[in-house]
Ligand binder design. Structure first.
Ligand code: MRU
Length: 368
C-alpha cells in the first residue's frame, strides 16, 4: 500500500541483500520510521516490542529472523537456538509457529553452507505468499460488502466496524479484515469504517486510522465501548475483524474486546465476519476458550497512555493512581457460534469444522 504516495510493504530485504527493513509501528501515527534488522536478536526484539505486530507479519518477521541467524551462523546449534528464541517472542499468534516450523523443515536437511541462501529464499516466499493470500481474502470479502451494498441505494454507504489493526500493517500487504474494505473502496463502493480505538495499545487509533487515511477510505474513530450502541441504532452493516489463532472448529482468538463486539453483533443481528489466512488456523486445537494461550502484557500499558503533546513531542502519561494494580490480557476468544462466517483465501465458509475442512482438507490434517 502507499505511504504518502510511495508503495511500501511492512517488511522487505534491504538493498545489501542480507539485512531486513521494517516499518517501526511503535512510532505511528506520529512518525513514519523504518528500521534495519541485522541479527536474530534484532528480529526477536522487533516482535517482542511490537515494532512489528499482527499475526501474519509476526510470522514473516520470524522467517526473516531465521534467515538472519543463518547468515551469521548456519550450524545446527544456531538453527535450534533461532527457532527457540523466535518462538518465545509472543505466545498467541499461531502464524509464528507455522512460519518457524516451515523454515526449520526447509533448513534442517540442508548442509550448512547452503542454509543461508535457502533461508532468505524461503522468507521471501513466506512474504510473497502472504501478499497473495491477503489479496484473495480481499476479493472474497469484497463479495460480502457488494451484497450488502446491492440491498441499498447506489449512493448509500456500507458501514463496517473493525477492531484492532488487521490491515496491511498487520500483514505484509493488503491486510486481512481491511483487505475487503480496500477492494470495495477501490471498486467504487461507498464504504465507511468505524474504527475501535483498541485499548490499551490503541492499534485502532494509531494504526488502522492511519492506514485508512493514507488510502483515502472514510472512517471514524470510536471508543471501544461504542460499538454496541452503534449496532443497536442500525449504524453498522457488518463487522469484520482479524484473528491471531483460529481453532479447527472455528473459534477465533483476536485482540481483547473482539468477543464483546461479537456478542453485541449477535444481539442486534449484525453479521460478524472474521478474515484469516490459512496459516492462522491451528488444526491441533478444538476448544479456543480452553486451549489458546492468551498473552498477558505489562500492566503499565493499561495504567499509562502515550500521545503527542501540543509541542509535537510524544510522551507517556499516567492515567491511574500510582501503583494501581492492572491486568493486561491482550486477546480473547470468540466462540464459533457468534461468527457469521470466515473469510479465507479460498472463499467464505461457516465457522465450523466442516466449513474449514471443506476448504482446506487437501493440505491440512484435521484432528478429531
Ligand atoms: O497485539 P497485536 O497488535 O499483534 O494484535 C493484532 C491483532 O489482534 C490482529 O487483529 C490480528 O493479528 C489479526 S492481523 C491480520
Amino acid at each position: 500500500m502507499n505511504v504518502d504516495g510511495t508503495p511500501y510493504r511492512t517488511i522487505w530485504l534491504a538493498e545489501d541483500g542480507w539485512a531486513v527493513e521494517i516499518i517501526d509501528q511503535t512510532r505511528l501515527p506520529h512518525a513514519f520510521v523504518t528500521r534495519r534488522l541485522e541479527t536474530l536478536e534484532d528480529a526477536a526484539r522487533a516482535i517482542t516490542d511490537m515494532q512489528v505486530r499482527g499475526a501474519p507479519l509476526i510470522g514473516a518477521t520470524a522467517a526473516y529472523g531465521m534467515a538472519l541467524a543463518m547468515h551469521a551462523d548456519a550450524s545446527d546449534g544456531s538453527l535450534g537456538h533461532a527457532y527457540d528464541t523466535l518462538l518465545g517472542t509472543r505466545p498467541t499468534a499461531v502464524n509464528l509457529r507455522w512460519a518457524l516450523d516451515g523454515m526449520r523443515e526447509t533448513l534442517a536437511t540442508l548442509s550448512a553452507n547452503t542454509r543461508a541462501g535457502s533461508a532468505y529464499a524461503a522468507a521471501v516466499r513466506v512474504c510473497d505468499e502472504d501478499v497473495d493470500i491477503c489479496s484473495a481474502i480481499g476479493d472474497h470479502g469484497l463479495g460480502l460488502i457488494r451484497d450488502i451494498h446491492d440491498t441499498k441505494e447506489e449512493s448509500e454507504t456500507v458501514n463496517v466496524l473493525t477492531h484492532c489493526n488487521a490491515g496491511w500493517l498487520a500483514t505484509v500487504d493488503w491486510g486481512t479484515a481491511l483487505a475487503p474494505i480496500y477492494k470495495a473502496h477501490d471498486a467504487g463502493i461507498p464504504v465507511h469504517v468505524w474504527v475501535d480505538e483498541t485499548r490499551p495499545r490503541n492499534q485502532g487509533a494509531s494504526l488502522t486510522a492511519w492506514e485508512l487515511g493514507q488510502h483515502g477510505v472514510p472512517h471514524t474513530l470510536i471508543v471501544d465501548n461504542a460499538g454496541g450502541h452503534l449496532m443497536q441504532h442500525g449504524k453498522v452493516d457488518l463487522c469484520i475483524t482479524g484473528t491471531d489463532r483460529t481453532t479447527a472448529s472455528g473459534d477465533v482468538c483476536n485482540k481483547i474486546g473482539t468477543y464483546l463486539k461479537a456478542l453485541a453483533a449477535d444481539d442486534t443481528g449484525v453479521p460478524f465476519y472474521v478474515a484469516l489466512p490459512s496459516p492462522t488456523i491451528d488444526w491441533t486445537l478444538d476448544d479456543g476458550v480452553r486451549d489458546i494461550p492468551i498473552e498477558e502484557r505489562d500492566g503499565a500499558e493499561v495504567t499509562r497512555m502515550s500521545g503527542r503533546t501540543g509541542d509535537g513531542s510524544v510522551t507517556s502519561v499516567a492515567i491511574a493512581p500510582d501503583d494501581c494494580p492492572a491486568a493486561n490480557y491482550a486477546f480473547d476468544v470468540t466462540p464459533a457460534r457468534l461468527v457469521s462466517g470466515l473469510i479465507t483465501e479460498r472463499g467464505v465458509c461457516a465457522a465450523t469444522r466442516e466449513g474449514l475442512s471443506n476448504l482446506f482438507s487437501d493440505d491440512k490434517a484435521v484432528t478429531t
